[in-house]
Design a protein around this ligand. Structure first.
Ligand SMILES: [Zn+2]
Ligand SMILES: [Zn+2]
Length: 310
């Protein structure tokens, strides 16, 4: 089979993104939502988006090159029919779920992904607040099995772009709920608002890209509750609009911990790879501990969505 060629969808999507952002800002002029936008925050988000595309282009050889290199070792060649492209869309969405789950559960990966969660506002510019360190994060290896199973790397890049573009529109507070059948199957503004929340019950859930079914299948789904408004951001706020600090702050924090004095090798390893919030002396809290502490304060809420039994 000759190598398939697909258009660079992300490049084509940029004018569409800009148009939608202008539309959202205008809409909010007439239908204001408190704290939906601030200028400085939106500006940082847009700069992060531009920086992310530059970094992806520079590190393309690591991100995409790896997949093309692996292609020679494939077990099958599934071709490039429309059915295989659709299959690849669903398969990469599942892989995206796994990557996104890992982004949240291991600090090395979180250091890259925290960028996307660092805004305390939720609007279409938040969608573009993307990482600069994807190329070095190692997430490309999650996609290797798909290549070995016969999906051409060109198809993977193409459907991953569709995945990212799909994720743009639901970063908004202007849409409350979609029709019920849509909320059941697809990722939506409501589901993803929850993902950006730092309320104890909303931490670490709704990892989906396009289809919310993965979260429903694997027990990581938490619905947006009408009486608990999402508080956007991360537990330990970054408190900076400086794009470079946003991009690298967590990496510096990791280095500081990993190279601290008087730690065992195991503790250094955990500072690098354990769930965010790990500390060797118990002075920090990870998500599980935050949820437990919340339940201790609000025992009546144990076993409600997003909060385990105490
Ligand atoms: Zn996330
Ligand atoms: Zn998001």
């Amino acid at each position: 089979m000759t190598d398939p060629h697909f258009p660079d969808l992300l490049l084509w999507a940029i004018p569409f993104f800009m148009l939608c952002i202008v539309g959202e800002v205008l809409w909010l002029k007439f239908h204001p939502i408190k704290d939906a936008y601030t200028f400085k925050d939106a500006r940082t988000s847009l700069i992060m988006g531009i920086g992310s595309s530059i970094s992806d282009a520079l590190l393309k050889v690591l991100m995409v090159g790896t997949l093309f290199w692996v292609w020679q070792f494939r077990f099958f060649d599934l071709g490039n029919s429309i059915w295989i492209i659709l299959l690849a869309l669903v398969a990469t969405d599942f892989v995206y779920y796994l990557i996104h789950y890992t982004y949240h559960k291991s600090r090395w990966f979180w250091a890259t992904h925290v960028v996307h969660h660092s805004s305390e506002h939720y609007n279409l510019t938040t969608a573009l607040r993307q990482q600069w360190t994807n190329g070095i994060s190692g997430t490309v290896f999650f996609k290797v099995p798909l290549v070995l199973l016969g999906i051409h790397p060109g198809i993977i890049v193409f459907v991953m772009a569709i995945n990212l573009i799909y994720q743009f529109w639901f970063h908004t507070e202007t849409i409350d709920k979609m029709p019920r059948w849509f909320e059941a199957v697809m990722n939506t503004p409501s589901h993803h608002r929850v993902h950006h929340g730092r309320n104890a019950r909303y931490l670490d859930c709704n990892y989906a890209g396009i289809f919310i079914i993965w979260d429903r299948m694997f027990g990581t789904f938490v619905p947006e509750l009408p009486d608990e408004k999402v508080d956007y951001g991360i537990v330990k706020p970054l408190t900076t609009y400086n794009p470079f600090k946003v991009a690298f702050a967590e990496f510096f924090a990791i280095a500081k911990d990993v190279f601290a004095k008087d730690l065992t090798l195991g503790q250094r390893f955990k500072y690098l790879f354990a769930a965010p919030g790990y500390s060797h002396d118990g002075t920090r809290e990870n998500v599980a501990q935050i949820k437990q502490a919340y339940i201790k304060k609000h025992p009546d809420q144990a076993d409600t969505p997003g909060l385990p039994l105490s």
